[in-house]
Design a protein around this ligand. Sequence first.
Ligand code: ZN
Length: 221
Amino acid sequence: MNSLIRGIATFQGSVVPGQRRMNRQLVRDGQHPSALIIACADSRVAPGHITQAGPGALFVCRNAGNIVPRASDVVGGVSAAIAYAVVALGVRDIVVCGHSDCGAMKGLMNRDLLKRMPSVAARLRHADAAERIVCEAYPEQDRHHALALENVVVQLANLRTHASVAAALARGALRLHGWFFEIETGARPAYDGARGRFRPIAEADMPVAETSYVGSRPRAA
Ligand code: ZN
């Protein structure tokens, strides 16, 4: 905790003075993030850090396993964050970001680890389809890594069940992305929905999981 307190002091003493103009602007103009990122709560996977996005750029929702409950199952923090980001903030992109060495995915593969954490076990049932996919379609030695990837794809499918997301996709006003962050190397492949696989992100070539994006023009126009 002492290191956190020292960090706060450094922030107030050294960082804030250099950001006063930006901070005033953020208050005056409000927030206008272009993207919602739903990431794991893992301390090694910080959305602002891995995207180098500054204050105001990202609307962030984090939980163990980057889980997105289907709209019909649970009304909770993730559902509210999605609706607020899409309807109130008008984000143009939603990213579901999984990662390597994910403890939630380890729990999903080994339910004994979850016996003393029933709330975590209950949340992870929203990833049951990913577990089933890897158990039936991947060799045993590949399953943990594959589970974290397949979980991103399953959570993207869950995301589409939310009315705000479905409506924004229908309007041609939203793109969905599935990212995977390799902690050790910093690599970050993204899911290419058209090809059905993850591939590297290049600066001018961002794989997209799903898009009907046509700016503000209705899709059917
Ligand atoms: Zn994780």
